[in-house]
Design a protein around this ligand. Structure first.
Ligand code: LLP
Length: 427
């Protein structure tokens, strides 16, 4: 869960060669910190394995995990594409150096203006339903510009992860069954201005087992073989989604990315041979496994308070608005206290934020050295789905984000101010 450049010393930690204490005094707290070396290393875990074993591949970073223009530029320089799920993510990507031809646009209810933006920029659209397909075909016809499409299929593969982040099971809102998709694909093949490129499936997120990833490859290849016959049309690309789990705490064992990706390419080659179909382009969409352990959050500790019922609270100057994941998914993280004079005494704490909500808790039952007010709290593994799910609840300002590398730091996102809070209000 630590960034690869992380160094944990008693009275200070370092990330990207920068002292955590200095980052706090320069930028304030709460602060998101992203380690460039870890981000690049994680990208290369995918790209080098694919280059060696299956070069006809695209790694499309699932930008919902954490996106800013600066992050997108790093991703682009590592030769990744991107998966986007909204006009806002697409717009951000278009402001960066990511090649739009390597961008995949997901979502179960895309608007006309989002579809229009995607088609104008040659972004591949992942079709979710019949209504959307009609919309895409109409807009592409109006623009007289081809819309490249993949179809999102529901493989019915159930995985062991939190029920809110499963997507490939029977009752998911995402995608189509193969039977539902076939007549729609026939409509694309028979019509003008939409071009069928392939199929997609994503089974869920934070998946720690390796087997489901092989199952999804086999399922997609078998489905592609059926579709090639039924449609009499090639399936050039199969997109296996993302979902590779990461370690958040010492007890977690995350899948090994080079091994799992290598296995997926072997399974792909073998399945294509069995079904006698040509090898397609392979697309994977990792989000969390690219940025999760590259990020940490820094807070300043306020009061340490015991309540009569027995809980001991540590209050930090952020909470559910910068990290809603404990509230939503009971997610575990690794916490450390950074103190000028570290205490030898430990306690078991509930870590709570400053938002006006009892559920504003980041962790429960964490053993830590007893902190003093103004000590720093560092939370590891917060790179994914923290900033991207943050809010302005209670009209607090969103934190700044800084990138660290080789002992230097630079701002990726400025800290919001009260003026930002009222920017869109009308008297
Ligand atoms: N591709 C598709 C179509 C997806 O829906 C997702 C995630 C991904 C790729 C990337 O999955 P990853 O590699 O990051 O696991 N907010 C939740 C996670 C929601 C994931 C939604 N889809 C969380 O904080 O855990």
């Amino acid at each position: 869960m630590y960034p690869i450049t992380g160094e944990r010393h008693e009275s200070d930690h370092r990330i990207g060669g920068c002292s955590v204490r200095e980052l706090v005094s320069t930028y304030g707290t709460p602060l998101y910190v992203v380690d460039e070396a870890t981000l690049r290393y994680n990208c290369q875990q995918f790209t080098t394995t694919l280059r060696d074993h299956y070069p006809n591949a695209t790694v499309a970073y699932a930008s919902k995990a954490g996106l800013t223009v600066g992050i997108a530029n790093i991703i682009a320089s590592e030769q990744l594409g991107a998966d986007v799920v909204s006009g806002g993510e697409l717009y951000t990507i278009l402001q960066s150096r990511v090649d739009p031809e390597r961008v995949y646009f997901h979502g179960n209810n895309k608007s006309g203006s989002e579809i229009d933006l995607a088609i104008r920029h040659c972004v591949t659209i992942v079709v979710d339903n019949a209504h959307e397909l009609a919309h895409i075909q109409a807009i592409a016809t109006d623009l007289q510009q081809p819309a490249r499409v993949l179809f999102r299929l529901n493989p019915g593969i159930d995985v062991h992860t939190h029920r809110y982040i499963k997507t490939g099971h029977g009752d998911s809102k995402f995608g189509l069954t193969v039977d539902e998709a076939i007549p729609l694909m026939q409509r694309v093949v028979a019509g003008d201005w939409a071009v069928l490129r392939g199929i997609h499936a994503h089974i869920g997120s934070q998946i720690m087992d390796e087997a489901p990833f092989q199952m999804v490859v086999r399922w997609l290849v078998a489905t592609a073989a059926t579709l090639i016959q039924v449609l009499n049309h090639p399936i050039d690309a199969i997109n296996c989604g993302g979902g590779f789990g990461i370690s958040y705490t010492a007890g977690d064992t995350a899948p090994n990315i080079p091994r799992i990706i290598h296995q997926m390419t072997e399974t792909l080659k073998q399945s294509c041979a069995e079904h006698a179909i040509p090898l397609p382009r392979l697309i994977v969409e990792p989000g969390r496994s690219i940025i999760g352990n590259a990020g940490v959050t820094l807070y300043t500790i306020g009061a340490v308070k015991s309540v009569p019922q027995g809980s001991q609270y540590i209050f930090v100057d952020g909470g559910m608005a910068d990290n809603p994941r404990f509230m939503m998914y009971q997610s575990a993280y690794t916490f450390d206290v950074i103190s000028a004079e570290p205490s030898l005494q430990t306690g078991v704490f509930k870590i709570a934020g400053k938002f006006c909500e009892s559920g504003d808790v980041l962790a429960d039952g964490v053993t830590l050295p007893v902190p003093q007010p103004n000590d720093i709290m560092i939370v590891y593994g917060t790179g994914a789905y923290n900033y991207s799910m943050s809010s302005n609840y209670n009209r607090y300002c969103k934190p700044a984000m800084v990138l660290v590398n080789n002992g230097t730091s630079r701002v990726l996102v400025k800290r919001e101010t009260y003026a930002d809070i009222v920017r869109h209000d009308m008297p």
